[in-house]
Write a protein that binds this ligand. Structure first.
Ligand code: ADP
Ligand code: MG
Length: 650
């Protein structure tokens, strides 16, 4: 007996419809969700050419009888809903009966399926939506769907697909996410050349995190688990006079459960790509939950960086409306603020437990640390307490609270004696761009400003006097007093040198004493495959090592072995979130900026006189000495005129 039926027009019209097939990863998503809905415990995915040529998903789920196998390709044919009321409590990942017909209409699709206790299975072949073969065949129980030549009949769509490796990395991260949500199931993803992901069944989510991401990531995560009863069901209750007629007891309000992992405050990601939220097993993007996460990390992470978060929320299906977005990636909670506060408080509590409370309190009043103002006049002690760590947030000495503000020309710098000097007196010679605190290696590369040649000349005559807190060089010449940020100054010098070497013979490199083994996510591996040639020209020698790791044997000269890992991870992550990886020029500048940042002199580092002289001389030789490769100012100047004015001599 078949299970699938075509929804009535009334129900079909209530469904948030839209185009589901956008790229290979969306096909994988729909087919994977179908396999999970079919109760499969083993799912194997094979792709070729980033899914453009072939996507094949084989599962051991409930399969379909012959009639269903044909009906499945009708629009709005589903076994998961019957009437409009069912839409109020969807317990399956799919519910619209649109995926199979949509995919079949833009590809060459072959379905092989067999339900248990059926004497034989069914094969259906469809080209561009037209069924041309239906036959019986001896098949194992389960379903295998092969999608070839996606968009073969819509060339305009095909043109919009990205490079194979980009499409593969989208598929890889999608499959990774679903594997994380279902540790008890077996997932495999293969490309034409290698096994991208193999996750055998494991007992717990943490085992799965270990399996997929490795020990390092697992060590950085704090487990989280919480449960709370809903006070009432989100659904509107019938009015009292109706309720009185009913003998049924009022429905029990269910509970909301949360478990998963959040990262320690030391971990700072440049984007939200490491935040995975699952609601009732469905991977979603949700502003409300994102906001709850940001709130939980307020004053713990600067607002420009993001934690790693894996959250699994479970709640009664009536509490969440999944019928709000065509690709089912958004949901609407019926009790929004309850869900929001529950998530925020649960994460906050887990973080507080992992970190002693006084740490939070002592930092809460601290000032932005890398702000270009000379002295944060109104809170010197607080500034001092957060000083250790002006740029190196990830080293974890303390929390930093806010991203430093971009330099604003009208801002006034407070000297402590109560004398205010206009900020544009202390000319920050760089353009103000976005600034994030990390270690300065994380920003979008700013466009190069016009060379400021006259000022560059005056840099050449600078005499260093000493360092402020072993981080900023104080220097003078006849023009006035200069303050130079030693880290970004060196970064600028190295950045230009790396680009020059890259253009000439290749970047100087050094062999590491021991090859460094890096564990990467499938998405990062895909990016690596794409930029490996460029890395080689930039002084790296990196080889695949096993299925999920790389061995780094040679790295650019000057980058400390301990920094190489962080640097490559950061680089792959930056590039993974960009779709314009084909822009070689942009990749080159990113790599150069990253090498420069990691090889540069750090803050909190004493420098001898000759080293300061050398640095200032090298800086004077650069083409753009006044901003670092990330757009941050390198020098501040207090002209004689400003000084005299401040002393009321003029
Ligand atoms: P939906 O998932 O919204 O119901 P689809 O078009 O994705 O719609 O699938 C239509 C129907 O085909 C499903 O309701 C299900 O009954 C059946 N089906 C699809 N894929 C599988 C599978 N892998 N195993 C068993 N049945 C499947
Ligand atoms: Mg489906």
């Amino acid at each position: 007996m078949g299970k699938i039926h075509v929804l009535s027009e009334v129900v079909a019209n209530k469904i948030a419809a839209g185009e589901v097939v956008e790229r290979p990863a969306s096909v994988v998503k729909e087919l994977l969700e179908n396999s999970l809905d079919a109760g499969s415990t083993r799912i194997r995915i094979q792709v070729e050419a980033g899914g453009k040529k072939l996507i094949q998903i084989t599962d051991n789920g409930c399969g379909m009888v012959r009639d269903d196998a044909l009906l499945a390709f009708e629009r709005h044919a589903t076994s998961k809903l019957k009437n409009a009321e069912d839409l109020l409590s969807v317990a399956t990942l799919g519910f619209r009966g649109e995926a199979l017909p949509s995919i079949a209409s833009v590809s060459r699709l072959r379905l092989e399926t067999c339900a248990p206790e059926e004497p034989s299975g069914t094969v259906v072949e469809i080209n561009g939506g037209k069924i041309f073969k239906v036959e019986e065949a001896g098949l194992p129980v389960g379903t295998s769907i092969t999608v070839r030549d996606l968009f073969f009949n819509i060339p305009a769509r095909k043109k919009f697909l990205k490079a194979e490796s980009t499409e593969l990395s989208h598929i890889a991260s999608l499959v990774t996410h679903y594997a994380l949500a279902h540790p008890e199931k077996h997932f495999e993803l293969h490309s034409a050349t290698n096994a991208v992901l193999t996750a055998t069944p494991v007992a717990s989510h943490s085992d799965r995190v270990y399996q997929v991401f490795g020990k390092d990531i697992l060590d950085q995560l704090i487990p989280i688990a919480a449960v709370q009863a809903f006070e009432r069901l989100g659904l509107p209750q019938p009015p009292p006079w109706r309720r009185a007629e009913d003998d049924d007891p009022p429905p029990q309000p269910g509970e909301i459960r949360l478990h998963g992992f959040v990262s320690k405050p030391e971990i700072q990601k440049l984007n939200r790509n490491s935040i995975y939220i699952f609601v009732n097993g469905r991977l979603i993007r949700d502003r409300l939950i994102q906001h709850a996460i940001t709130e939980a990390y307020r004053n713990i992470l600067p607002p420009t960086v993001f934690p790693v978060v894996l959250l699994f929320l479970e709640m009664p299906s009536e509490e969440v409306d999944v019928n709000v977005h065509p690709s089912k990636t958004e949901v609407r909670f019926r009790q929004q603020s309850t869900v929001h506060d529950f998530v925020r408080d649960a994460i906050r509590a887990a973080l507080m437990k992992a970190r002693p409370v006084p740490q939070f309190l002592s930092e809460i009043h601290a000032h932005p640390t890398a702000s270009p103002s000379l002295t944060p006049g109104n809170a010197p002690e607080a500034a001092a307490s957060s000083w250790h760590n002006p740029y190196e947030l990830s080293s974890g000495a303390g929390f930093s609270l806010r991203a430093p503000e971009p330099v604003s020309v009208t801002e006034r710098f407070q000297f402590q004696g109560g004398i205010a000097v206009e900020a544009n007196a202390a000319v920050s010679l760089a353009r103000a761009t976005d600034i994030v605190p990390d270690d300065g290696c994380t920003l979008a590369i700013a466009d190069e400003p016009e060379p400021t040649s006259q000022l560059a000349v005056s840099l050449g005559s600078l005499k260093p006097l000493g360092q402020i807190r072993e981080s900023f060089i104080l220097a003078v010449n006849h023009e006035g007093l200069w303050i130079v940020d030693q880290h970004v100054a060196h970064e600028r010098v190295l950045f230009e040198r790396v680009l020059q070497q890259r253009a000439a013979k290749g970047v100087e490199s050094q062999r590491l004493l021991m090859p460094l083994i890096l564990e990467l996510t499938p998405a990062q591996l895909a990016v690596f495959a794409e930029i490996s040639d460029e890395l080689a020209r930039n002084g790296f020698e990196v080889e695949p090592f096993g299925t999920r790791s790389l061995a780094v044997k040679v790295a650019p000269a000057g980058v400390d072995a301990s920094q190489v890992e962080h640097m490559l991870h950061e680089l792959l992550e930056q590039l993974a979130r960009e779709d314009q990886r084909t822009n070689l020029e942009a990749i080159r500048t990113r790599i150069a900026a990253s090498i420069a940042c990691h090889a540069a002199i750090k803050v909190n580092m004493p420098l001898e006189q000759h080293k300061m002289e050398w640095l200032l001389a090298e800086l004077a030789k650069t083409a753009f000495p006044f901003s670092c490769p990330h757009g941050r100012p390198v020098v501040l100047r207090y002209s004689m005129k400003d000084i005299q004015k401040a002393f009321k001599r003029i």
